[in-house]
Design a protein around this ligand. Structure first.
Ligand code: MG
Length: 253
C-alpha cells in the first residue's frame, strides 16, 4: 500500500512537473468559488432571489418607483393590468437569470394580444413572453424572441396555463467614458430546457425605430437613453394580459 501511495504521489508530482515544464497552459488560480447548484427548485447558493413566492419587495413600478401592485397568490405573482410594468430595485450588468412564467389559459385574444408580457433586460431589450402554443403571429414576436430582432430557433412553448421557464444569459453593452458604444449586448435564451437563442447580438433598445442604441449613454429613466455604468434594472411588462411569474433568481456574472 505504501509503495502504491508513493507511486501515486510520485506519479501526480511528475505529471504536474511535466505539465508545468512542458505546457504552461495549466492554471491553478483563482480557484472557482464552491456553491450549491439548483436543487428541488431552490436557487443556487450565490443567487439573488428576486421572487420567492411571498412578496414583491425586490420590485417597484417601472415609471414612478412606487410599491409594485401586481397580484400575489399561490407562490406566484400576476400582471395587474393597468398597474403598469414593474422593475427590480437593484440594477445589474452581466447576469444569468432564471424565471418561470405562465399565460392564463382563459383565451380571450390572439396574436400579440394573447398572454403577452415581456422580460426587458436592462429595462430596454425585450425577451418576449407570449402564449405561442397555438397562436400564430410574426416569428420574431413569439415566445423566446428578442422582440422584432431575433426569432427563436424552435417553438418549445407549452399550452397556456402551464408553467414554462426561461434561463437567460445576458452580456451587457459596454460604453466608453465618452458615451460611445464599444460593445453591444448579447443574449442566450433557454426555454423549458431547450436552447432557443444562442448568444445573439442585440441590435439596440426595443421600440426604437431601427432598433438602435442610444447615441450617448446617460442615466436610465429617460427615453432611449442608456446607463453609462453598465448596470440597469430588470423590467417585467404589463401588456394588458394575464401572465403569472414565479421562482425568479439571478446570478451576477
Ligand atoms: Mg411583450
Amino acid at each position: 500500500m505504501k509503495f502504491l501511495l508513493t507511486l501515486f504521489t510520485s506519479s501526480c508530482f511528475c505529471s504536474t512537473l511535466l505539465a508545468q515544464s512542458a505546457n504552461n497552459d495549466e492554471v491553478y488560480t483563482p480557484v472557482p468559488e464552491k456553491i450549491s447548484g439548483v436543487g428541488d427548485s431552490a436557487p443556487p447558493s450565490d443567487a439573488i432571489v428576486l421572487f420567492d413566492g411571498r412578496n414583491l419587495d425586490a420590485w417597484h413600478t417601472a415609471n414612478t418607483e412606487q410599491a409594485a401592485e401586481w397580484t400575489i397568490a399561490d407562490g406566484a405573482f400576476t400582471v395587474n393590468n393597468g398597474a403598469g410594468s414593474i422593475k427590480t430595485k437593484q440594477a445589474f450588468a452581466d447576469f444569468q437569470l432564471h424565471i418561470e412564467w405562465s399565460p392564463t389559459d382563459v383565451i380571450q385574444g390572439q396574436g400579440q394580444s394573447r398572454g403577452n408580457s415581456g422580460i426587458f433586460l436592462h429595462s430596454q431589450f425585450e425577451v418576449q413572453v407570449l402564449d405561442s402554443w397555438n397562436n400564430p403571429t410574426y416569428v420574431n414576436g413569439r415566445a423566446g424572441a428578442v422582440y422584432l430582432q431575433h426569432a427563436p430557433l424552435v417553438n418549445v412553448s407549452r399550452p397556456p396555463g402551464q408553467w414554462q421557464s426561461y434561463d437567460i444569459i445576458f452580456t451587457a453593452p459596454v460604453y466608453a467614458a465618452t458615451g460611445v458604444l464599444q460593445s453591444p449586448a448579447y443574449v442566450t435564451v433557454i426555454q423549458n430546457g431547450v436552447l432557443v437563442l444562442n448568444h445573439v447580438e442585440i441590435f439596440g433598445a426595443t421600440y426604437t425605430d431601427t432598433p438602435e442604441y442610444a447615441t450617448s449613454c446617460t442615466p436610465y429613466g429617460q427615453t432611449r437613453q442608456q446607463d453609462c455604468s453598465g448596470r440597469m434594472p430588470l423590467t417585467l411588462q404589463d401588456h394588458g394580459q394575464v401572465v403569472s411569474f414565479r421562482n425568479i433568481w439571478l446570478r451576477e456574472l
